[in-house]
Design a binder for this molecule. Structure first.
Ligand code: UFG
Length: 334
């Protein structure tokens, strides 16, 4: 019996593959490398010292996806694959809806056909929109502010409806807060194409001298120092949350959402300070205007994941910055 990992060459997918292999699971990985590189697959094998089957397949290719289910004994799916850039989704919404939603529908149809009714789905805290309160519990009002977020929320809805239609389904909707950091080996991490949109990849490039300074998007928010506050979580902690969620769905039924965060909020200035401390580099910055769509504060209520998945993040903001920097200076980005 194997666990199928879609998007397994991606940032969170690759770290989860390592943890699955370390935990003794057999895995089958599918990725079309639309936002990742083939080297990642080799590095997962190198780090874990284990082998697995890999398919370079686009989930929109129904025939090829069905082939994976025909050729393997799949017991559950961890579904990471999807487009994920907020800004890009505003410019090409149809591509986002088609790619993220159609591929999930195809995957679910085939899972149903082969009697595989267990899924861990990669959702996002973006489904909370501008949250009414922090920490944010899972039963908060859901809304979105961009097409990327809408695809996550729509897929959650599709999976809930699927679970209502057939009670044999067991699905965990994992709402990630802000994943950062990299594997301790420095071999895999986040390596966005071009100029990064997210805070940590950007800071990393400033520290390395590839970009002159960071733009802080607003210092007039109603937060501790005026800059945006987020719940940053180490990608290795986050990937362990998937193992716990998988263990849960393998033994239960129903559809449940879980926040994967640390429950702590750090401001942009605090993250800069932590990064400077571990890297010994000065992070130059300028304060610019607010980024459209940004919210002031976002951090998780982590009690449900702790109580029901027996999972909690353990790494500190310094660990997260250290591993991000380590991956960056390793200069063997993949
Ligand atoms: N920020 C800057 N300068 C930058 C980049 C970011 O000041 O160059 C600030 C933002 O204003 C925000 C914080 O740093 O206050 C974090 O921004 P990110 O872009 O790193 O992350 P977001 O919280 O905006 O979004 C992330 C993911 C989304 C996901 C969301 C879920 O990128 O995919 O978390 O809450 F939907």
């Amino acid at each position: 019996m194997a666990i199928l990992v879609t998007g397994g060459a991606g940032y969170i997918g690759s770290h989860t593959c390592i943890n699955l292999l370390n935990a003794g699971y057999e895995i089958v990985v599918v990725d079309n490398f639309s936002n990742s590189k083939p080297e990642v697959i080799e590095r997962i094998k190198q780090i874990s010292r284990k082998n697995f089957l890999f398919y370079q397949v686009d989930l929109l290719d129904e025939v090829a996806v069905e082939n994976i289910f025909r050729e393997n004994d799949i017991s559950a799916v961890i579904h990471f694959a999807g487009f994920k850039a907020v800004g890009e989704s505003v410019n090409i919404p149809l591509s986002y809806y088609h790619n993220n939603i159609t591929s999930t529908l195809i995957l679910c149809e085939i899972m149903k056909k082969y009697g595989v009714k267990k899924m861990v789905f990669s959702s996002s805290a973006t489904v909370y929109g501008d949250p009414e309160k922090c920490p944010i519990p899972e039963n908060s009002t859901l809304s979105t502010t961009n097409p990327y977020g809408s695809t996550k929320l729509m897929i959650e809805q599709i999976l809930r409806d699927l679970g209502r239609s057939d009670h044999d389904w067991s699905i965990a909707l994992l709402r990630y807060f802000n994943p950062i950091g990299a594997h301790e080996s420095g071999l895999i991490g986040e390596d966005p194409h071009g100029i990064p949109n997210n805070l940590l990849p950007y800071i990393s490039k400033v520290a390395a001298g590839d970009l002159p300074f960071l733009n802080i998007f607003g210092d007039d928010y109603d937060t501790k120092d005026g800059t945006g506050v987020r719940d940053y979580i180490h990608v290795v902690d986050l990937s362990m949350g998937h193992i716990r969620a998988l263990e849960k769905i393998l033994t239960t039924k129903g559809v449940e959402a879980y926040n994967l965060g640390t429950g702590k909020g750090y401001s942009v200035l605090e993250v800069i300070k932590a990064f400077e401390k571990v890297s010994g580099q000065r992070i130059h910055f300028k304060v610019s205007s607010r980024r459209p769509g940004d919210i002031a504060t976002c951090y998780a209520d982590i009690r449900k994941a702790k109580n029901e998945l027996n999972w909690q993040a353990s790494k500190t903001i310094e660990d997260m910055c250290q591993d991000t920097w380590n991956f960056s200076i390793n200069n063997i980005k993949v």
